[in-house]
Design a protein around this ligand. Structure first.
Ligand code: PTT
Ligand code: SF4
Length: 612
């Protein structure tokens, strides 16, 4: 088989054993890689109802057929497990040298099972696997851990590690890699922590199996240059993702004070131009010629790498407009290994709840020192409030009560990314139906919606567009496992990806050939959720009440008096279900599952719930 190594490394931390397993070409072509492999493995191997923070959960690290080869932006890896934050399927995607090293060690996926007896560093070098003590690093932040690992294994090693948040089982702890990469928003860092797994270090020296290696080498070299040229023509790597902040402010889509407001006159103080002016270093993922990790100095003069999400949620969403202060909160999130989106979401929610008298405390929007202290408390689960907030917004709202769930800005338990959809129905739908809880990564429909459609429409075209983008972003890019930014940000056409796939696998696939796999992956993830939550209803695909509450409408600005409407959102949701072939609860029908080759899974699902 070309294109895949055909190997999966299964590691058992409890018994300190490991073995190499193989998969078939049929498995590879059905699930492609990355999220596809992870979803299938977790669906097949996890018993419903297990504790995501117990030894029964499994962490899957998976790459795809084009990952790690010399072609544009292929340095990404998927990390997945049952999510401690949502209780459903969870995954994330981060840039790391593990991508290439794992493949060179002969594996397309790593499955980590069980729980170590003591803090452990898992070391993989070709077909050697060692379980090494990491007690010395337990309790340390991700920067120090990374340096400690580099000092022992060299800078070229692939590293995944966690900080104090993962160790202390903060439900939205991420996994970190290299200088500034982070991934696994739904608590993948906490899953590592629950296994006492401080770090994974990977080295590998074998060639990645490719059908036409010489052709791929030439194609990859030319295309890396072409992407660099496109980048130089655009503003992309000058401001990276933060370029979008001013636009969000203009079109009333910025989260301000726990999403209460949608724009702010001082937002310019934390926008892309300010970051560009303050940039002291640029970092990025392997195999990238359009690097977007812009770092500036924080209040303590430490380098802090900012993205739009980090800036929006740790800035305006907390009533903060001093960019160096935002950089400090961001640095702490990175060092502790706290997801910046959920971290900013939780802090904003708490300040809102305190202001409304629903929660104890004296934090106020704009209180930088207060938020800094709270992040430290969350990472260590210090004190009652630190412990409650470490559980995430939805669980915290349930503890605080007093109706605070209505302004807990989350879907399926995961905090919403930095797009305030009070009056952006298609993007609200994208959050509602995202397969891992609220995340913009699946379907960033907002620019299409605001620039190319009437904003007030809830038409079928918007549901169709959400699905088209899910297929590309959540399906194609998460399965072949490559960064989607060349396509989104500098106009690198999608037609290039089948070319890489074909050069590596020896197939002759067109772009359309990926869509059945993309739909199959989404359908299987739905079945995963159904198994965990058999009483699921379409209400689980709704965004938070605050976006429908007329009292929460803006009183001035471009969307004054406008707010989402329940009935019309429900119609939009129904369009989504109809196009996807899902029933009224949002579950794929038996017919849909059979069409996608999931007949056996459909039969198994019927043990838990009736299929439409
Ligand atoms: C991603 C989510 C995002 S999405 C951001 S900023 W973004 C936040 N970044 C965090 C961070 O930084 N530190 C931290 N402690 N927590 C963070 N949480 C947030 O995590 C990331 C880039 C970005 S920057 C995006 S959109 C794209 N995401 C891709 C994706 O999902 N798939 C894919 N095939 N390509 C992508 N390319 C882009 O990668 P999650 P990274 Mg991240 C510091 O993982 O869980 O999906 O959450 O990986 O290597 O840092 O690159 O405006
Ligand atoms: Fe990583 Fe940014 Fe390059 Fe994508 S564009 S590979 S996120 S550095």
């Amino acid at each position: 088989m070309h294109g895949w190594t055909g190997g999966i490394l299964r590691v058992d931390l409890t018994n300190r054993t490991w073995r190499r397993e193989t998969f078939t070409e049929e498995f590879a072509l059905t699930w492609i890689g990355g999220r596809g492999f992870a979803a299938k493995i977790l669906y097949d191997e996890l018993a419903p109802g297990i504790d995501p923070l117990g030894p029964e959960n499994k962490l899957v690290v998976a790459v795809g057929p084009i990952s790690g080869i010399s072609a544009p932006n292929t340095g990404k890896t998927v990390v997945a497990a049952k999510s401690p934050l949502t209780g459903g399927y969870g995954d994330g995607n981060l840039g790391t040298r593990v991508t290439e090293k794992l493949r060179r060690a002969g594996f397309d996926a790593l499955i980590v099972e069980g729980r170590a007896e003591r803090p452990t560093l898992l070391y993989i070098d070709d077909e050697t696997v060692e379980f090494l003590p990491a007690d010395e690093m337990w309790g340390k932040g991700t920067y120090e851990t990374n340096e400690w690992i580099y000092a022992r294994y060299g800078k070229g090693a692939g590293v995944l590690n966690i900080g104090q948040a993962g160790e202390n089982l903060v439900r939205y702890a991420v996994i970190r890699s290299m200088e500034g990469r982070a991934g696994g928003r739904p608590g993948m860092g906490a899953v590592m922590g629950s296994k006492l797994l401080k770090a994974i270090v990977v080295k590998g020296s074998q060639p990645i199996p490719q059908a036409f290696p010489a052709e791929m080498k030439t194609l990859g070299r030319e295309d890396l240059r072409a992407v660099r040229a496109l980048d130089q023509e655009s503003a992309w790597s000058k401001q990276g993702t933060t370029g979008v902040l001013s636009w969000c402010n203009e079109v009333a889509a910025l989260p301000v004070n726990n999403f209460r407001r949608t724009h702010h006159p001082e937002a310019w103080r934390v926008n892309g131009e300010q970051l560009q002016a303050a940039t002291v270093a640029v970092y990025g993922c392997p195999n990238c010629t359009m690097q977007c990790g812009l770092a500036m100095l924080d209040t303590e003069r430490r380098e802090s790498e900012l993205d739009y999400e980090n800036m929006g949620l740790l800035g305006p969403n907390l009533g903060l407009f001093d960019i160096t202060q935002v950089a400090t909160l961001n640095y702490l999130c990175d060092d502790y290994g706290i997801d910046t989106i959920s971290g900013g979401g939780v802090l904003g929610f708490y300040a809102d709840a305190v202001e409304r008298g629903a929660a104890p405390g004296d934090i106020r929007f704009g209180d930088f020192e207060g938020f800094r202290r709270l992040l430290t408390a969350i990472a260590h689960r210090d004190g009652e409030v630190g412990g409650i907030l470490a559980e995430g917004t939805l669980r915290a709202a349930r503890v605080f009560g007093h109706g605070s769930e209505e302004y807990a800005m989350q879907c399926k338990g995961m905090e919403i990314s930095a797009y305030n959809c009070k009056f952006i129905p298609g993007m609200a739908l994208a959050f509602g139906v995202s397969p891992i809880g609220a995340h913009h990564k699946e379907s960033w429909v907002i620019t299409y919606e605001i620039q190319q459609t009437p904003r007030e429409s809830y038409g079928r075209d918007k549901a169709q567009k959400v699905i088209d983008l899910q297929r590309i972003r959540g399906g194609l890019f998460e399965a072949i496992v490559s960064c989607r930014f060349p396509w989104i940000e500098v106009g690198w056409g999608l037609e290039h990806y089948p070319k890489y796939f074909n050069a590596i696998t020896g197939r002759e696939w067109e772009l359309e050939d990926f869509w059945p796999s993309a739909d199959r992956i989404y359908a299987l993830i739905k079945l995963f959720w159904l198994r965990e939550f058999p009483d699921t209803t379409r209400r689980d695909d709704y965004p938070p009440h605050a976006w429908f509450d007329p009292q929460n409408a803006d009183t001035e600005g471009p969307i004054a008096g406008r707010i989402l409407e329940y009935d019309r959102y429900d119609e939009l949701l129904q369009h989504y279900y109809d196009i996807r072939g899902y029933d009224h609860r949002g579950i794929p029908t038996r017919e849909t599952l059979e069409r996608l080759g999931l007949g056996a899974e459909a039969a198994a699902a019927e043990a838990h719930a009736t299929l439409g």
